[in-house]
Design a protein around this ligand. Structure first.
Ligand code: ADP
Length: 499
């Protein structure tokens, strides 16, 4: 129950009902006031000449002196016929000289405000004119006024309040019973019908919100597969769409985080394993050298030191590559993009690796067509990618050749490194870019690398917005392909301007 009172539906319905009641009260009040205004105006119009007729009658009865008692009886007759009126005789300043009201009445004012009197005499046809009621000076009521000679040519006025107190209460009773009851009845019907329809409609409209809140609660409790059905394109539909896409992103991020966490665990396991083996070997050889001392032949000692050195170099390479990869991962590293000639870079790298390749009877053949456009990239990083690929090509081939082929496409230059080695087994192909992944064959080799070279190459190309692809050449070696964007005319302008 508490939940219902806290619900949006309840608040909406309550505000709607309160608004409905406020509107109803305003409507009843406005109807009542305008009806009152109409009745009063009609009353004044009907009795426009009442004061004048009365003044004519009084003047006929008055001689030189004002004789109140002589006119009292005729007034009494009039008031019997018309109990709604109260008659006052005023002098020229508005002072009440005599009054004729119902028996129990009490007159509280000595004089009346003359402004409405003059207004009535000047323009009796104008809109409703309200004059001060001497019995209740704070109230203004419809009046009828006429000039009167009070005898001896003393000017005065007949001042009639239309709708005296007795009549007012009778009228208000009538009004209460008629206007109010009718208005209240209409208002009651409107409140019942509109209120019921409104509350049902709100219930229907907020049903989608309630459904959405339930789904979001389930999502919040950990069921990340929950999605809100999108049934329309209105605000609620858009809200559902936004929630769904937010949930997709969140779910994807959680998946990524889990994957990264898994990778991190594997990385630690691999690093410890790959560090342990060379370290154990170094320790073993050093202990043997110390233990055997002079017993060891020079030839053996040299062999042991050679193995220790190889293991140390391997360890150093691994630590360097790990450091490089973690630096690339931090996202603080941004490639320093600049235009350069990929042909020149390939020629330089070929020269660098030729001595090593020749030792294994391998030929490096760069195929760089003339007129290739400049490419955009971080030269040092691209050199690292090419070096890693050529190093692998030399390392995993016994003899043969390595071809480095450049091909210009629309807005890119494709770079291919083909070797004539054993190639990569289908089983290993999907994993060779993973960190620390080494194919079975390479693992067993004593010369095996760290398993980080291709992961570094892939990461560098990712930072360049590019991918790297590998394919087997049916037992004739492997071919690695990646692309670099060429420099467009607009890029040249920008770099010239910035110089
Ligand atoms: P590694 O330091 O072991 O060379 P890489 O990340 O460079 O690590 O390569 C991962 C694995 O991919 C290698 O262990 C090897 O099994 C395989 N590989 C890479 N390049 C070649 C290639 N040209 N020919 C055959 N196998 C390759």
């Amino acid at each position: 129950m508490k939940k219902l009172f806290q619900s949006f539906y309840w608040k909406l319905s309550l505000v709607f009902l309160l608004l409905l009641i406020a509107l109803g009260v305003a409507q009843v009040t406005i109807t009542y006031n305008s009806s009152m205004q109409f009745v009063r105006q009609a009353d004044q119009k009907l009795n426009l000449n009442l004061a004048r007729n009365m003044a004519a009658e009084f003047e006929a009865e008055l001689d030189d002196e004002l004789d109140i008692s002589s006119i009292k009886s005729s007034i009494h007759d009039m008031m019997v016929v018309n109990p709604r009126i109260e008659i006052y005789l005023l002098d020229s300043s508005g002072k009440i000289i005599a009054y004729f009201i119902e028996k129990d009445g009490e007159v509280k004012a000595d004089s009346v405000n003359m402004e409405p009197v003059y207004r009535f005499l000047n323009d009796p046809q104008s809109d409703l004119i309200l004059g001060q009621d001497p019995r209740n000076p704070s109230l203004n009521k419809p009046i009828s006024v006429a000039e009167l000679d009070l005898g001896n040519r003393k000017p005065g006025y007949v001042y009639i309040i239309l709708g005296g107190e007795q009549y007012d209460s009778a009228l208000s009773m009538l009004e209460n019973s008629y206007f109010l009851r009718t208005s209240l009845k209409v208002f009651g019907i409107i409140l019942l019908v509109t209120g019921t329809v409104g509350v049902i409609l709100f219930g229907f409209l907020t049903r989608r919100l309630r459904g959405m809140a339930n789904i979001i609660e389930k999502f919040d409790r950990g069921d990340l597969d929950q999605r809100v059905p999108v049934k329309s394109n209105d605000e609620i539909g858009r809200l559902a769409q936004s929630f769904n896409s937010m949930a997709d992103t969140l779910q994807e991020n959680v998946r990524e985080l889990k994957k990264t966490d898994q990778l991190r665990r594997e990385l630690i396991a691999n690093v410890s394993h790959d560090l342990r083996s060379p370290l154990a070997s170094i320790q073993g050889y050093l202990e043997t050298i110390l233990l055997k001392g002079n017993e060891l032949s020079d030839e053996k000692r040299e062999k042991y030191f050679d193995t220790i050195l190889k293991n140390t170099v391997g360890l150093r390479k691994m630590v360097d590559e790990l450091f490089e990869l973690s630096k690339l991962d931090t996202q603080h590293v941004k490639p320093d993009m600049e235009p350069f000639s990929i042909s020149d870079l390939v020629q330089d790298i070929t020269l660098k690796f030729e001595p090593r390749a020749e030792k294994k009877n391998i030929q490096i053949n760069p195929k760089c067509p003339s007129g290739l456009p400049l490419v955009k990239g971080d030269i040092a990083m691209v050199e690292r990618v090419l070096s890693n690929l050529i190093e692998n090509a030399i390392q995993y081939s016994e003899k043969g050749s390595i071809e480095i082929k450049l091909t210009a496409n629309n807005s890119t230059v494709a770079i291919q490194v083909k070797d004539s080695g054993p190639g990569i087994s289908e089983k290993d192909l999907p994993y060779i870019f993973d960190r620390f992944y080494r194919a079975e064959k390479s693992r067993s080799r004593s010369s095996g690398g760290t398993g980080l070279g291709l992961a570094i190459a892939k990461k560098i190309l990712e930072l360049h917005g590019q991918d790297i692809d590998v394919q087997n050449r049916d037992g004739n070696g492997a071919v690695f392909t990646f692309k670099l964007e060429t420099v467009q005319i607009s890029d040249k302008n920008v770099s010239k301007e910035s110089k």
